[in-house]
Design a protein around this ligand. Structure first.
Ligand SMILES: CC(C)(COP(=O)(O)OP(=O)(O)OC[C@H]1O[C@@H](n2cnc3c(N)ncnc32)[C@H](O)[C@@H]1OP(=O)(O)O)[C@@H](O)C(=O)NCCC(=O)NCCS
Length: 268
């Protein structure tokens, strides 16, 4: 039996026309503190997963992610302690809070990368979020040629060298955010939808005839919380409630501050 005291969290309000993003730099949370205080709150399944991880850095991020998502959601689900929240997943592994625990139709999505964890939260609206670490090398052109829409690949190839990497990650995160909002992950072929930039800081999306979707269904934001990180958020549009974005940063799990990281591009 685990020994733990119930986690007390402050209450957060969220309106139907709001999407919240929570940013955490996991390295700002002390490793020993996380080890001593968070492990007891893991479910059996989470603990098994945690024990299978080999590298300390991965273990730390896993632990902080699990605590963060429980802690953040508990703030909205008034009265449900963080450790009691239960999750289910759809057929493509997108997690949701157990419907019986929802006092409001909360939706969330998680993404993590080197040094950063992000969680997006909305009410009754499907959302997807992706964060990528810009200081890593990858075979951008090979990935784009193989998986992206033809127009996206041609667009990247035509860019000046110094813009290619940033735009590659821009497209990558937007595509990930969209497939995560749809809840189907890579089951959706990445060339069935195509992002473009009508001006430097605006985003557009078009769909191939195979993908039955409509650009007017979607809002997107791209945020740059640090020089090394790029975040894209996809929100299924509601005619009654176009979404406003509110950003929070949390360094320890009981506190948070509103932040205004630069929104570098959007489609609203
Ligand atoms: C979920 C997926 C879409 C993204 O995974 P990822 O980019 O590796 O990882 P992220 O950190 O952004 O997201 C992982 C989180 O997404 C959530 N998730 C898992 N499946 C999901 C799905 N089908 N839809 C939405 N969210 C999902 C989970 O909460 C997961 O975090 P957790 O395991 O800590 O709970 C996955 O299908 C995948 O494997 N992607 C491969 C990445 C790639 O090659 N992309 C091509 C470039 S465009």
């Amino acid at each position: 039996m685990k020994s733990k005291s119930k986690q007390k969290t402050s209450i957060m309000k969220i309106a139907e026309n709001e999407t919240h993003i929570w940013f955490t730099y996991d390295e700002e949370i002390n490793h020993d503190f996380a080890l001593n205080n968070y492990v007891p709150f893991l479910s059996h399944q989470e603990l098994e997963q945690y024990q299978k991880l080999y590298f300390d850095k991965r273990k730390h991020q896993y632990l902080v992610t699990r605590m963060l998502v429980r802690n953040v959601l508990s703030r909205y689900l008034k009265g449900i302690p963080a450790e009691d929240i239960e999750f289910i997943t759809n057929d493509h592994k997108k997690p949701y809070v157990l419907p019986e625990q929802l006092v409001l139709p909360l939706q969330f999505n998680i993404s993590h990368t080197e040094k950063m964890i992000v969680i997006a939260v909305s009410v009754g609206i499907e959302i997807g979020i992706d964060v990528e670490y810009l200081d890593r090398n990858n075979s951008a052109f090979e990935i784009a040629e193989r998986f992206f829409a033809e127009n996206e690949y041609q667009y990247l190839k035509a860019l000046p060298d110094d813009q290619q990497k940033q735009r590659f990650f821009s497209l990558w995160t937007l595509k990930e955010a969209y497939i995560k909002a749809c809840g189907k992950g890579l089951y959706i072929p990445l060339d069935e939808f195509c992002f473009s930039y009508p001006s430097f800081n605006t985003i557009d999306i078009n769909f191939s005839t195979y993908r039955h979707d409509d650009p007017t269904n979607w809002q997107f934001w791209q945020i740059q919380p640090s020089k090394q990180h790029l975040v894209s958020l996809a929100v299924k549009q509601s005619e009654q409630h176009p979404q406003n974005l509110i950003m929070y940063k949390t360094t320890h799990l009981l506190g948070s501050e509103v932040v205004s990281y630069p929104v570098v591009a959007s489609k609203c």
